[in-house]
Each structure stands twice: as structure tokens, then as C-alpha cells.
Design a protein around this ligand. Structure first.
Ligand code: PYC
Length: 331
């Protein structure tokens, strides 16, 4: 049997977003957080086939669109990528909104606004258009908070590293320049790919974070290496690692939210401040601390993240049951 997936391929500031508009598995009309669990249990082969080689690659990422089970949302979004199904993805949201609007996959109730149901919660969107093209998407993310600060991890090859752990839709180990790590300029891509999984595992072992109010969300998934910007308009730069080998080419939306929560908790950003974040390839998101809230016992912020995406093609992908590499592979 041949399965067909009708995709719109896009990228957000350099990071891929494969939007599955047709062919995704049918899921029951339950909240997106439960759809995510059902998909992971029963349909993960779809993610593997569409994300891994030979149909995808080490950094592939995407979404599958579903009707929302919430009255106050226009559409439901399931995030799929090489590392699994994230609760929330910022670059994925910006690319998905751009592709869905430009390709007529969603009709907004109010021009310039949309609301998405994601597994991590409701995410409101404001966007600007020039004719049929979407110019910019701002997402008002789920609350972000600093989970732990000044945690010492002993890392083979680096020594003692002082890190923070922060949540912005996913949990991020935040590494800033210090005695045993001088910054991004002295690091190769293979250094990032070698050291990040060790740091992630050490942080998970030390902290094993669970979301304060949502039992569906837990675990350290990303490592954010932070440094000073190279571009005058930016406030900071990062390289975000996830999955087995992926380094985000965009400035990372949930990572930028987690970083703002960390800087806010440390008094280095105030509510109302703008934060321009530069990616490893020099693309930028314009982020803002929109407000403050609480998440269980933690002080949290309401972050927003704005960026651009471009649709790069239509892609009808076949997955053939006879293909010995039907669910792909990773080197
Ligand atoms: O933009 O939130 C993000 C993201 C997560 C993983 C890759 N990008």
C-alpha cells in the first residue's frame, strides 16, 4: 500500500517546517495534548517517515493540522520533528501560520488574528500581510518560567558547568559563557553535537522537570548555548540543540521564551522589554516580555515571539509499505 501525504514545505528564518495539510492519521476529537499522546502511541511511524532520511534529514521539523476541539481556537497543531512530538514549537508555529494562510488552509475569523490549539496550550497569533503574502507572525506563547538556577553539572570534556533550566514550551538547559566555556566563537558544530546530549542527560538526571500545572509535559529536551550577538540590532545570540544532531537554524521560539523567562527572573529583562534574538545563521526573532503570571508555585512571564517564514514548495510524499526504509533512518 502507498500512503500519500500532501505537504506545504516552508522554512522559518532558515529552519524547516513541513506542514502536513492532508494524509495525516485521523485522531479523535479530544484536546491537542491527548491527540499528541495518541499519535505518539499509535502513529509515530508517520513522523519517522516524514522527518528522517531519505524523505527528511537531521534537522527536519513539521506540523500536522487538525480541527481544534476548542471553541476559541481556529485550528489544532501537532508538532512533529526528528526528536519526537514537542508540546510547542515557535519556529514551527510561525511557518505553519504562514503556510496555512498563504495556501488557504485556514480562514481567520478576524483579519490579522488566529488562535491555535497546541499540545502546550492556546497560542494566539497576530500577523501582517502584503497581498497574499504573510510578512510577519507574532505568537503569544504559553507562560514561561525559570525552573532552576545555578545548577552545577560535571561534564566530561568541559568540567564543571553552571547552568539554568528554563521552560518556554519545552525545557531548556541554558549555558552562558563562563570559566569552562568561553562562548560560541570557540565552538564547532560537531562540538555542539557532541557536548549537548551529555549536558541534556546530566540536567535531566539532576532535575527531571515536570510542568507545574500540565502533567502531559516533562523532561529536558533542548540545550541553548548563549552568547553576545554579532549583529548590532540583536540583544543576544544562541545555538539551540535538540534531537540527536539538530541545531536550530532559527533563533528558536520556545527557546527565546525560556531565555526571556530566565533573564526576567534574574532581573536582566523587565516586563515590557523587547529582546531581539539572533540564530546561529544570523536570522532574528523580535521577542517581548508581554506580562507576568504564575505557574503553580513559580513566577512566570507571558512571552511573545515574532518572525518571518517563506513557503518553498508543495510536496506530495509517498510512503510505500514495500519500502524497507519506510520509516526512514538516522546516521
Ligand atoms: O522554535 O520553538 C522552536 C523550536 C523548537 C525546536 C526547534 N525550534
Amino acid at each position: 500500500m502507498r500512503h500519500s501525504f500532501f505537504c506545504v514545505d516552508a522554512h522559518t528564518c532558515g529552519n524547516p517546517v513541513r506542514v502536513v495539510a492532508g494524509g495525516g492519521p485521523q485522531l479523535p476529537a479530544v484536546p491537542m495534548s491527548e491527540k499528541r499522546e495518541i499519535f505518539q502511541r499509535d502513529h509515530d511511524w508517520v513522523r519517522q517517515a516524514l522527518m528522517f532520511e531519505p524523505r527528511g534529514h537531521d534537522v527536519m521539523s513539521g506540523t500536522i493540522l487538525y480541527p481544534s476541539s476548542r471553541e476559541d481556537c481556529d485550528i489544532g497543531v501537532l508538532f512533529i520533528e526528528v526528536s519526537g512530538c514537542l508540546p510547542m514549537c515557535g519556529h514551527g508555529t510561525i511557518g505553519t501560520v504562514t503556510a496555512a494562510l498563504e495556501e488557504g488552509l485556514v480562514v481567520p475569523r478576524t483579519a490579522g488574528q488566529l488562535s491555535l490549539e497546541t499540545p502546550a496550550g492556546k497560542v494566539d497569533i497576530e500577523y501582517t500581510q502584503n497581498g497574499n503574502y504573510v510578512e510577519q507572525v507574532r505568537l503569544f506563547n504559553v507562560p514561561a518560567y525559570l525552573h532552576a538556577r545555578d545548577v552545577i553539572l560535571n561534564i566530561d570534556g568541559l568540567g564543571a558547568l553552571k547552568v539554568d533550566l528554563s521552560y518556554g514550551g519545552n525545557y531548556y538547559v541554558i549555558v552562558e559563557p563562563q570559566d569552562n566555556w568561553s562562548g560560541l566563537d570557540d565552538m564547532t558544530v560537531s562540538d555542539i553535537q557532541r557536548l549537548s546530549p551529555i549536558i541534556r542527560a546530566a540536567a535531566q538526571e539532576a532535575l527531571a522537570p515536570e510542568h507545574p500545572t500540565d502533567p502531559h509535559i516533562s523532561g529536558v529536551s533542548h540545550v541553548m548555548w548563549c552568547d553576545a550577538p554579532t549583529q548590532t540590532e540583536a540583544d543576544a545570540r544562541n545555538a539551540v540543540f535538540y534531537g540527536e544532531k539538530a541545531i536550530d537554524r532559527s533563533p528558536c521560539g520556545t527557546g527565546s521564551s525560556a531565555r526571556m523567562a530566565q533573564l526576567h527572573a534574574r532581573g536582566r529583562l523587565k516586563t515590557g522589554d523587547t529582546f531581539i534574538h539572533e540564530s546561529i545563521i544570523g536570522t532574528m526573532f523580535t521577542c517581548k516580555v508581554e506580562g507576568e503570571t504564575r505557574l503553580g508555585d513559580f513566577d512566570a512571564i507571558l512571552p511573545s515571539v515574532a518572525g518571518w517564514a517563506r513557503v518553498i514548495g508543495h510536496n506530495t510524499i509517498f510512503v510505500d509499505d514495500r519500502d524497507p526504509l519506510m520509516t526512514g533512518f538516522q546516521l
